[in-house]
Design a protein around this ligand. Sequence first.
Ligand SMILES: [Zn+2]
Ligand SMILES: [Zn+2]
Length: 358
Amino acid sequence: MRAAVLHEIGQDKLEVLDDVEAVGFGPGRVRIRVRATGLCHSDLSAMSGVLPQPGPFVPGHEGAGEVVEVGEGVRNLKAGDRVVVCWLPACGACPACKRGQTELCLAGFMNAGTPNFKRPAGDVFGFAGTGTFTEEVVVDAGCAVPIPDDVPFDIAALIGCGVTTGLGAALNTADVEAGSSVAVIGCGGVGISAIQGARLKGAAEIVAVDPVASRRESALEFGATRAVSPDELAGAKQEVTAGEGFDYVFEVVGKSATARTAYENTRRGGTLVIVGAGAMDDFLQLNMFELFFDEKRILPSMYGGGDVLRSYERTIALWRAGRIDLAGLITHRVPLADINEALDQMRSGTALRTCIEI
Ligand SMILES: [Zn+2]
Ligand SMILES: [Zn+2]
């Protein structure tokens, strides 16, 4: 079958091959025919080595499709079911799951060292234990989350990562207070989802910050009240907050430099939410005086910072009621054969989300 493979970490292009096989089917496992997958920035970060990932590998972790077959012992799924691929499945039994913080369950990472695919040339891993730039993938049953029939595959794919991450950061982690001032630094698919979350919570002002003009325009359509380039942020802070700083700042880039900017633009006693996925060797510097004296709350948000399945359900309910726009996040569509175009669109900042149709 066909899949897009990165041969070596650090390369910037994928090769679409037709000699790839999805492996690992058996008890407790599910074979999925992938129908749509989004390109998330984390895929690029894994390709470049910013996020740890063994290679060669099939990127993609934001996907949706149909169940082809289920292994022994899988009771909640059957062939033909529509599912979202969840790269962070909940085991249901660990301390994090029992507390309802399923986004912190580590069960999904236990398979990270096991290849999901193979080629005549050898083993191939799947990104984050999934790998959705492929016709078929085999995952644990917990990674296949059933969705209602009225949710199209392209919309469902977005829920698998970007929308859950951004929306959850505003709804779960920050729990934005009505009437507050918000800045969102980094306005790709995740940042736009954070903007939609802040709007849902009744933020008075939402300032979108991004160097790319088309993203700033999109941010205004999705609920930002202003959109500025990074060098205009100081002026916006002055105008919106009289220089005090924002009640909430969301860092959706994953770099220490933007996190530092976000910290400085958060008001004293305000909340900085770290959403971007960054590197292990990139350190955020804070001095011990400002840390205690300014009493800014720093809240990291992993995959929406709340119960994952509950987040999916809530997103579907909000989408169905027309309270959030998910279709509008898909700015580009390409077939799997043109996957490298999708990478270029993401790198240049022209795409909020590219849907790869398989
Ligand atoms: Zn668990
Ligand atoms: Zn992602």
